[in-house]
Design a protein around this ligand. Structure first.
Ligand SMILES: *Cc1c(COP(=O)(O)O)cnc(C)c1O
Length: 365
């Protein structure tokens, strides 16, 4: 054993040593359809104006810790109910971390529960915070298995339940009656985090349920809408609950460049909304085309990606890569995703390129 081996064995948590880092594949030179990014970017005139604003950003000072101006814009432009404040995060990934850290309990281990397959950061953040993660399998059609959910809630008494609405990596919206039943079942014993990362493509939101339920947190991000690079997430909840999360938030977690960029782009939110509308239209065009392919099963989607089952996901993934198309093979993520792949909905040209590449990949050599 070398010095560094000993140091790591002595110091680093055993569960972290056993874990591996989050892998992001190299996408250079590829048609990148693996990460639910908006393909469009901002129009030139807006980028030039943004450049001027960024040039004036005060980089030598810490951000203004209240983030009052940015919060006001988020609240005004993104449909936060009256009387509700927001907490900002360095992406909603950080907000997930803040929530799990706030509930993790040293004396009696806290549980964090989510239906699975789910967004991987729920389980990772729970583990890093020192909480137990409980995954409850979705039904084969990816709807909530309410008997299993309610039984698991009764057994584990989770401090937090994460529900992505729409769900990633499956793309569907859960039944709102089911969501309500989970919120009711937890009552004042647990928080339900509604993760609306894909809300711009869903045509619906559960934001309206906030005033009725003080144990609901609604979390969103600007990433999928078209600003994945600036890293900005926001969440809202009862002010008393938000104040507890606020204690865990690192004081300057949103940087000045992000702040300036977000304030500027939120004044032109109509541009991103129009891009989202084209992505939705493309999703609706692609669904029947994909469903018509032999051996392909398409799952309903209200997000900016489509999950489909193919005869052999590993072979299809490799053949797509040969054609310089990068998608996500979900097969190894969870048992119910055997031979499933996930593709981001992009521009009409890129989507057609994907459809052609997929057709070729499905054709026996
Ligand atoms: C992409 C995604 C996020 C992470 O968003 P960031 O703001 O980019 O960190 C959160 N939740 C779900 C369900 C996602 O798919």
């Amino acid at each position: 054993m070398s010095f560094i081996d000993n140091l790591i064995a002595n110091v680093i948590r055993e569960d972290i040593r056993a874990n591996s880092a989050y892998v992001v594949p190299d996408s250079s030179g590829l048609l990148k359809l693996d990460a639910m990014e908006n393909p469009y970017g901002l129009p030139r005139a807006l980028r030039e104006e943004l450049g001027r604003r960024l040039a004036d950003a005060v980089l030598n000072r810490y951000p203004v810790a209240s983030y009052a101006t940015l919060k006001e814009k988020v609240i005004g432009k993104l449909g936060i109910p009256a009387g509700y404040d927001v907490l900002l995060g360095n992406g909603s990934d950080e907000l997930i971390q803040i929530v799990t850290t706030t509930v993790a309990n040293q004396k009696r281990r806290a549980s964090v529960l989510a239906p699975v397959p789910a967004f991987v950061m729920y389980a990772r953040s729970a583990q890093f915070a020192g909480a137990d993660f409980v995954g409850v399998k979705l039904k084969d059609d990816f709807s909530l298995d309410m008997d299993a959910m309610l039984a698991a809630i009764a057994l584990h008494q989770p401090a937090v339940v994460f529900l992505a609405y729409p769900n990633n990596p499956t793309g569907n919206l859960f039944d709102t009656g089911d969501v309500d039943a989970i919120v009711e079942a937890l009552g004042d014993k647990g928080i339900v985090v509604i993760d609306e990362a894909y809300q711009p493509f869903a045509g619906t939101t559960l934001m309206g349920s906030l005033p009725e339920h003080d144990n609901v947190v609604v979390m969103r991000t600007v990433s999928k809408l078209g600003l994945a690079g600036i890293r900005l997430g926001y969440m809202t909840a009862h002010p008393r609950l938000l104040a507890e999360f606020e204690k865990v938030r690192p004081p300057y977690n949103v940087n000045v460049l992000t702040q300036v960029a977000a304030e500027f782009v939120l004044d032109h939110i109509d541009v991103l909304d129009a891009q989202a509308a084209s992505i939705i239209a493309e999703r609706e065009r692609m669904m029947p085309e994909l469903a018509a392919l032999p051996g392909v099963q398409v799952f309903p989607s209200k997000a900016n990606f489509i999950t489909l089952r193919v005869p052999d996901a590993a072979a299809v993934g490799a053949k797509l890569l040969d054609q310089k198309v990068l998608i996500k093979n979900l097969s190894k993520m969870h048992g119910s995703l055997a031979n499933c792949i996930r593709v981001t909905v992009s521009t009409p040209e890129e989507n057609s390129a994907f459809l052609n590449a997929l057709k070729a990949a499905l054709t026996p050599a």
